[in-house]
Every structure is written in structure tokens, then in C-alpha cells.
Design a protein around this ligand. Structure first.
Ligand code: 5GP
Ligand code: ZN
Length: 116
């Protein structure tokens, strides 16, 4: 069974079919800079395996979700963010999710920001 969705832009980023500015990569996760940043630092942390959204996550994803959250402060430190940051996961229509591949925004750097 394929772990990717051929129509999903973030799966294409994982596969290297769409370029991205990568901030971190391992077996499970990819982090890359948002194309439309709200702030000096704005990265998206995604599982490499396609999961559409947070509401599809279950107990089998517990370790993966932990990995995503633990990566956030490490990345912010590496990217020089030292005064706090926001983490945000938009889910579904009312959550204003635009890309249906689970992703966590991690946003930081000196204010003012464009949004958020
Ligand atoms: P959502 O609203 O789904 O939480 O956020 C989707 C985010 O993905 C947006 O902040 C948008 O700028 C970003 N994004 C959409 N397409 C691309 C892309 O092709 N490359 C990168 N790096 N970011 C993207
Ligand atoms: Zn995907």
C-alpha cells in the first residue's frame, strides 16, 4: 500500500517532486519553510507518511505526534528563535485547513509579524 497521496502537494514535497527549503528531515518527519511566512521564521513540520488531518489521528500515531511536537523546540533553537514561538495545527473546514496533509506550523522570530 502506498503511504503517499499522488495528488497531495506535501507528499510531492516529501518525494522531492516539488522543491522546498528544508529545515529538518529524518525517517519519519520533514520540516520545511512555509512558502508564505507570517513571521521571520515559519516552518511546517509534517509526517512523511500521508495523514490528511489531525482528526484522522489515532492511538497508532501517538509516537509520531510526539516526534512532531518534540522537534518544534529543537528546530526553533537551531533557527535562532530565542524569545518564544507559536505552534498551530489547522484541522478541517472550520479549522481553515488549506493543505490536507497533516502539518504543524511553528512560527517565531522578532515581532511584528504579518499574521498571528
Ligand atoms: P494550512 O492553512 O493548511 O494550515 O496551511 C498551509 C500552509 O502551507 C500555508 O501557510 C501555505 O503558505 C503553505 N504552503 C502551501 N503550499 C506550499 C508549498 O508548495 N510550499 C511551501 N513551502 N509551503 C506551502
Ligand atoms: Zn500528503
Amino acid at each position: 500500500m502506498s503511504q503517499q497521496d499522488p495528488h497531495c502537494i506535501f507528499c510531492k514535497i516529501v518525494e522531492g517532486q516539488i522543491p522546498s527549503r528544508k529545515a529538518f528531515e529524518d525517517e519519519h518527519l520533514l520540516a520545511f519553510h512555509d512558502i508564505n511566512p507570517w513571521a521571520p521564521v515559519h516552518v511546517l513540520i509534517i509526517p512523511k507518511r500521508h495523514i490528511a488531518m489531525l482528526s484522522e489521528v489515532g492511538p497508532e500515531h501517538q509516537e509520531l505526534m510526539g516526534r512532531m511536537l518534540v522537534l518544534a523546540p529543537k528546530l526553533m533553537r537551531e533557527l535562532g528563535v530565542s524569545n518564544g514561538f507559536r505552534t498551530l495545527i489547522n484541522t478541517g473546514q472550520d479549522g481553515l485547513q488549506e493543505v490536507y496533509h497533516l502539518h504543524m506550523h511553528v512560527i517565531g522570530g522578532p515581532r511584528p509579524w504579518l499574521k498571528g
